[in-house]
Design a protein around this ligand. Structure first.
Ligand SMILES: [Zn+2]
Length: 342
């Protein structure tokens, strides 16, 4: 099947009461690991690429890797999402390339570093919604900022999402999905101790969900940074300091309260690098890249499978027929999110 609208995947997830993991890719092995995990668990999938990934892989390579994924895994509904679009221009180029979903991150200015004000965020996000919905493409917005800096994105400061503003933001922009800041960070160093309810402000999700029960919420920076992956990496010469991620049970709590998309990147990076370090240490005489890329791909697949099962998306790949982007355009027109102005 062709690439599917992310909005459809999230609407179906809301109906089924589950969440969908969104995994980042830069290369062939990552695409294969995610698609294979989706097949083995019969899960719908969201694959996302940051600006850094598009630059690293080259847009045309990324596009054709995803075309191959839809051909080889034709039974799996998969959406291709632009992660952290920094400007309408980035989102436009993603849409032209064939992405079925874009994130306009107007919580930061175009440099992807300086926190932006609410008015700017509403204006720029609404602009992208008009452009994207006209092509049937999904839009994710972000309100509040995460900690950490990854792929050159982030101010490094945490600003939690204000639920009052979230209601106004969703109404004024018409976004399909809203990323909320609840105290998580991008990268491996999220928390210096096991996060409790104070560090991880799950109450913000609960409050926004109460006031916007139909909004699809997104958790960024939601790798769990499992101790066994960090330990393996360090056993073979890695130097990852003690750190905690977002516990899977907290994500599951979020899913009960409207979280439909869960971004996971770091866990795959840790799994791949650990497997490669182990392979290097075990046979220094080997020099065929397949010798270490194969276990890396296998380790990523294992993480993705575990998340797909934990988020509840496993078993749901065949639940629905994909809607074309043309049909999405028609639905958006009916919803009135296409021609409204603020
Ligand atoms: Zn993010």
């Amino acid at each position: 099947m062709p690439l599917v609208s992310m909005r459809q995947l999230l609407d179906e997830a809301a109906k089924g009461g589950y969440g969908v993991g969104a995994f980042n890719v830069n290369n062939l092995e990552q695409v294969q690991a995610i698609m294979e995990a989706a097949r083995e668990t019969n899960s719908p999938a969201i694959i996302q690429a940051s600006r850094g990934a598009r630059k690293y892989a080259n847009d045309r390579f990324l596009y054709h890797l995803m075309q191959a994924a839809t051909e080889v895994y034709s039974e799996i509904p998969v959406a291709l999402h632009q992660d952290h679009g920094n400007s309408p221009e980035t989102c436009r180029s993603a849409i032209e390339l064939g992405f079925t979903s874009v994130m306009m991150d107007g919580s930061l200015m175009e440099d992807a570093k300086t926190p932006a004000d609410f008015a700017y965020n509403v204006r720029v996000t609404h602009h992208v919604v008009e452009m994207a919905h006209g092509r049937g493409v999904t839009v994710e917005g972000e309100l509040g900022t995460l900690g950490g800096i990854e792929d050159d994105v982030g101010s490094g400061e945490i600003h939690l999402t204000d639920p009052d503003q979230a209601v106004e933001f969703v109404e004024r922009t018409g976004v399909d999905a809203l990323a909320v800041a609840i105290g998580t960070s991008h990268g491996a160093y999220k928390f210096t101790k096991e996060p409790d309810r104070e560090l991880l402000a799950m109450s913000i999700i609960e409050e926004i969900n109460q006031r916007l029960p139909t909004a699809h919420l997104v958790m960024h920076g939601s790798s769990s940074v499992p101790k066994e992956l960090v330990d393996l990496l360090n056993r073979y010469g890695g130097e990852i300091r003690p750190t905690w991620g977002v516990p899977v049970r907290e994500i599951q709590e979020g899913i009960k309260h409207g979280v439909r998309k869960v971004n996971v990147d770091t866990d795959l990076r840790l799994a791949a690098t650990g497997a490669i370090r182990k392979a290097f240490a075990e046979d220094p005489g080997e020099f065929d890249p397949r010798y270490y890329l194969k276990p890396a791909r296998e380790a990523m697949k294992k993480v993705v499978k575990a998340r797909m099962e934990a988020f509840g998306q496993a078993g749901h790949a065949g639940d629905y027929e994909p809607i074309s982007l043309e049909e999405m355009v028609r639905r958006y027109k009916e919803e009135g999110h296409l021609l409204t102005t603020t």
